[in-house]
Structures are given as C-alpha cells and as structure tokens.
Design a protein around this ligand. Structure first.
Ligand code: PLP
Length: 345
C-alpha cells in the first residue's frame, strides 16, 4: 500500500487540533484552574481523560495490542464516521461496501458526501475478492468489510480478506463487532503485515454494554493519531470510561453470557426448524439468526403487534424473504417460538 499519510485528506494532515492546558501537565494533585469546571461535585465536575489511557491499557491486555493502536469512541459508529472523514474527500473520493452489510457505512458516507460502490457478496454470503477488487476505481479510498457480517451472520473468508488487504492500495475497514461469538481471533494478527487494516470492535454485543456507547478502532498508530486529532476532545464520557473499566476487569461475565447465547442459538435454531413456513435458517457465527420465511412482512407485523420485535431484512440483496432474529434470554426465545408457531398459515 502507499503510505498512510499520503491517503489522509490534506486539510486533516494540516489540522491543528484542539489542545487543553492539561495536555501539558502529567503530575498528580494539581490545583486545576484551567478549564472553567466547577470545583464542586467530585468526580463528575472534571472533564474525563480525552485519550482514555486507563481504559486503553486494560483493553490492550485483553486483546493483545498496544495502546497506540487503539482509538476509543462513542460506539464504533463514531469510528466509522471519523474514518470516512479523515480519508475521503467529499464529492471526490469513493468507498466500497459489501452488500448486504451494516447500514451505517452508507449513512456515514452519505452524510459526508462520499460516493458508495456496493459489491455484492455471493449468494451464500461469502466474499469474492476478485469481484471487489474489480470494482476499485482511481478514487476508491476505503473498503468496508464486516465479519461476522450483519445481517448474514457469517464469517468472511480469511484468504479473500487477505487478498484485498494485499492488492488494494487504500484502507480496509474490517468490522468485527460480532467476533466474540464465533471462536475466531479475527484478523488482528494480520495488522503486522497490513498497515492498511483497520479493525472495528465494540462493547455493544458480547460485553452487554450497548447502553454505555463504547466502540473501538484498532489500527496503525498513524491512523489512530489522525483519529484522535479529529474526534471531539472528550468523546468518551466519564461514566462510560468507569463502567467499561469495571466490566473489562471481569471478563468472566462476558464469557458466561457468550456461552449462554451460543447454547440458546442452537436451541432456537432447532425450534425454528420445526416450523413449516420457515424455508431456510442460515449458518450463524454471531448472536443472531437470518431466517427465510414464506411471508416476511406478515410474520414481522404479526410479531410486532404482539410486542416481539425482530428485523425485517427482506429488502436487502440476497435476503429475499428474510427476517433477522437476535438471540435473547431463554424466556424471550420461548415467547418468540410460541408466537411463531401460532402464526396462522
Ligand atoms: C456490524 C456492526 N457494526 C457496528 C455496530 C454498532 O456498534 P456500536 O454500538 O459500537 O456503535 C453494529 C450494531 O448493530 C453492527 O451490527
């Protein structure tokens, strides 16, 4: 790949970021009269650590990377937006997104006026590197991949991803939001060989923390440096940092929950297979199932009217007739199955 700096938009390369007086002081016990905070209501009166160092140190232990390779944001959605803003010149550059995939890549591109080229996955939702590379144009700065992919639930092939990393000269963003459900370590080890690989992870899924909004990008330190320059100074609030530190200190809960979710996923699949109008249940490496039914709109509305909310994905490429069902608690899954079995055919 070409050097990372050369891929960054010129205005971002030249940006002088916001700085605070506290960036220039690293001791403890100082009298803090620099930021017009209230002196009262400790600890909430103080702005949080803008680079979330304690949290990054904890994360770097857990996923074996270094703090310079971690960006933390208000959900991984923040990282998606920042990456597009840093690398893609509005109304000039383009991105490629696999199809179908998570909807926010296109929303962020649209907001930033960056053109999108969709490259469809194969009918079984596997990735075709050849097809994707053929769609690359002069202006293509970035490719978005998602593995395990939402909504198809499958891991993408490592060889296909690696080929894209080697042959594409821009940045490759690989969203691994669901990686904890599949037993694979993902592509993080490939970062040594591929400086253009940005991996997205989140605490919103396996860690059970969607409400605190904490996502991350794992990337070359040069990429992280620019992300930190562009982000809002205090993008991860104090409460989120504290709660995340507490939870990351007890990985046992995550492991227990993942195990339970995977066991429930197997059970749910078994029960769904008993239902006549279900045409196909796709293999899943994630905490949800993509299910093809005879009448997706009907079943979606039927469930919705009875306060069970699933996602109708039937309008997406290769997802004709499909609804996406998140694996819930045993009681929630039981309720879903009861209702689905009572659906008048
Ligand atoms: C593939 C994928 N990436 C990212 C996200 C959002 O993650 P976060 O909550 O960290 O913004 C989702 C949410 O559903 C997702 O499916």
């Amino acid at each position: 790949m070409s050097d990372i700096k050369g891929l960054i938009r010129k205005n971002i390369r030249d940006l002088i970021p916001y700085s605070s007086a506290r960036d220039e002081y690293s001791g403890d016990g100082a009298v803090l009269l620099d930021a017009n905070e209230s002196p009262y209501n400790e600890p909430f009166n103080r702005y949080p650590d803008p680079v979330q160092m304690a949290l990054k140190e904890k994360i770097s232990d857990i996923i074996s990377t270094t703090v310079e390779r971690i960006f933390l944001g208000n959900g991984s959605d923040e990282a998606i937006d920042l990456l597009i803003r840093i690398f893609c010149e509005p109304a000039a550059d383009r991105i490629i997104i696999i199809d179908p995939s998570y909807g926010m890549y296109k929303v962020c591109a649209d907001i930033n006026n960056v053109a999108v080229d969709f490259v469809s996955l194969n009918k079984d939702f596997s990735l075709d590197a050849e097809r994707l590379l053929a769609a690359v144009r002069e202006e293509t700065k970035m490719v978005f991949l998602c593995s395990p992919n939402n909504p198809s639930a499958n891991l993408l092939g490592k060889a296909e991803i690696t080929r894209i990393l080697s042959e594409f000269k821009g940045m490759v963003v690989l969203d691994e939001a669901y990686i904890d459900f599949c037993g694979s370590e993902g592509l993080l080890p490939a970062q040594g060989e591929h400086r253009n690989l940005v991996i997205l992870r989140t605490l919103s899924k396996a860690w059970g923390l969607a409400g605190i909004r904490l996502g991350m990008a794992l990337a070359d330190p040069e990429v992280i440096k620019y992300m930190n320059r562009v982000k809002y100074p205090y993008n991860v609030n104090y409460l989120t940092q504290m709660k995340a530190l507490e939870m990351l200190g007890s990985a046992g809960s995550r492991e227990k929950w993942v195990k339970e979710i995977l066991a429930e996923r197997t059970k749910l699949r078994g029960r769904l297979e008993e239902i006549g109008y279900i045409l196909k249940i796709f293999p899943s490496d994630a905490n949800f199932l993509l299910v093809r039914v005879e009448d997706p709109d009907g079943i979606y509305t039927f469930l919705n009217e009875r306060s069970v909310i699933v996602r109708n994905r039937s309008g997406l490429t290769h997802c004709e007739g499909c609804i996406r069902i998140t694996v819930g608690t045993p009681d929630e899954n039981k309720r879903l199955i009861e209702l689905m079995k009572s659906y008048p055919q």
